[in-house]
Write a protein that binds this ligand. Structure first.
Ligand code: ADE
Length: 301
C-alpha cells in the first residue's frame, strides 16, 4: 500500500483518557478499520510554544521512534505523528487497562503476586530502555499503562535523556550531559537533588519507590510540600508501615521485598544495585529472564 500521511480526519475521537502538562490524550478509532483503537495525544501548538515545551515534545517523539525499532512489549508504541494548524498528534497504543496508579488506588495495595508481576515487567523494560541509551527520568505509576490483560507499557518519554558512556575509574556508566529537576518530586533521585546529576541508576531509584508503593500504597518519601519531600529523600527518611488486613490482623511485609527496596534506595548511586544484580534477587528465584514469553504474560485472567 502506498504510504499516505495520516491526519486527524482518519480517526474518530472518543472520550478523554487523561491529560498532562501540555497535552490531552483521547481514545480514537481508525475510520478505515473500526477494530483499530488508539490513544491519540494532542498537543496544542500555541500552548507548547507559550510554555516553552517544544524541547519536551521533540524528545518524546525522537525517543519513542528510536525505542520502537526494538518492538519491546513494555514500551507504548508510536504509530503515526502528524500536525495541523493548531495541534501536534501522537497516535499511540491504546492501553485498555488504564494507568497502573488507578489500579493501585482501586486495590489500595498490591499483593505479592501482583507486585512481583509488575516489578518483573518493569525491570525487563527499564533494562531495554537503558540498553538503547535512554534514561526515562519520570518513572512513576501514572506513566505505567496496562493493556487489557494486565501487561504493562511505559509511556511519557517527554522528560527522557539520551546517555553518553562515561568512563569513571575504569568503570563505564550511563550519564546524561546535564540535568535539572524534571521528574515528579516523590520519585526523584538524591543524586539529582544533591548534584544535579542524572544516570540510568536514577530510573532504578524510581523503580524502588514504585516497589515500595505497590506494597505500602504510597511512595516512601512524601512530605507536606515538595521541599519536605526532597529533605526526606536526601536523608533517606522512609519507614515500612505494616498494613492492616480486612480482619484487622497485620500483614507481614515480605522480607525479600524489603531487601530489594533497601538495595535500591541507597543515596550514593554508585553503591545502588544494578539491574543485573537486581535480577538475581531471591524474590525473582525461578524467573528465567531470557524467556520473554514467561515474563510478558498477562495477570487479569
Ligand atoms: N492515558 C494516557 N495515555 C494512554 C494510553 N496510551 N492508553 C490509555 N490511556 C491512556
Amino acid at each position: 500500500m502506498k504510504y499516505r500521511k495520516r491526519s486527524a480526519n482518519d480517526f474518530v475521537f472518543k472520550e478523554e483518557l487523561g491529560h498532562g502538562s501540555y497535552s490531552t490524550v483521547y481514545k480514537a478509532i481508525d475510520r478505515h478499520d473500526p477494530n483499530k483503537i488508539y490513544a491519540i495525544k494532542v498537543c496544542s501548538k500555541d500552548h507548547i510554544i507559550r510554555e516553552a515545551k517544544v524541547k519536551y515534545v521533540t524528545i518524546e517523539k525522537n525517543t519513542l521512534n528510536s525505542l520502537a525499532r526494538g518492538n519491546h512489549p513494555g514500551i507504548v508504541k508510536l504509530y503515526y505523528t502528524f500536525h495541523d494548524k493548531d495541534n501536534l498528534y501522537f497516535v499511540l497504543d491504546f492501553a485498555a487497562g488504564g494507568e497502573l496508579l488507578s489500579l493501585l488506588h482501586k486495590y489500595g495495595t498490591f499483593n505479592d503476586r501482583l507486585s512481583r508481576h509488575f516489578t518483573i515487567q518493569l525491570i525487563d523494560t527499564i533494562e531495554y530502555i537503558h540498553s538503547k541509551g535512554v534514561i526515562h527520568r519520570d518513572l512513576k505509576p501514572e506513566n505505567v499503562l496496562l493493556d487489557k490483560e494486565g501487561k504493562l507499557m511505559i509511556t511519557d518519554f517527554g522528560a527522557a535523556a539520551t546517555t553518553t558512556l562515561e568512563s569513571k575509574n575504569g568503570m563505564e556508566s550511563n550519564m546524561c550531559p546535564t540535568s535539572s529537576f524534571v521528574g515528579t518530586a516523590e520519585y526523584v533521585s538524591p543524586e539529582l537533588l544533591l548534584y544535579n546529576k542524572c544516570t540510568a541508576s536514577s530510573d532504578i531509584w524510581a523503580l524502588g519507590c514504585m516497589i515500595f508503593q505497590f506494597t505500602e500504597g504510597c511512595p516512601p518519601f512524601r512530605g507536606s510540600n515538595e521541599l519536605k519531600t526532597f529533605e526526606k529523600i536526601v536523608e533517606l527518611d522512609y519507614l515500612w508501615n505494616p498494613q492492616k488486613c480486612d480482619n484487622n490482623s497485620i500483614k507481614n511485609i515480605n522480607p525479600m521485598v524489603v531487601d530489594i527496596v533497601r538495595s535500591i534506595l541507597v543515596i550514593n548511586d554508585n553503591d545502588r544495585v544494578t539491574i543485573s544484580n537486581l535480577k538475581q534477587k531471591m524474590w525473582f528465584s525461578g524467573i528465567d529472564w531470557s524467556n520473554k514469553a514467561s515474563i510478558w504474560q498477562g495477570i487479569f485472567t
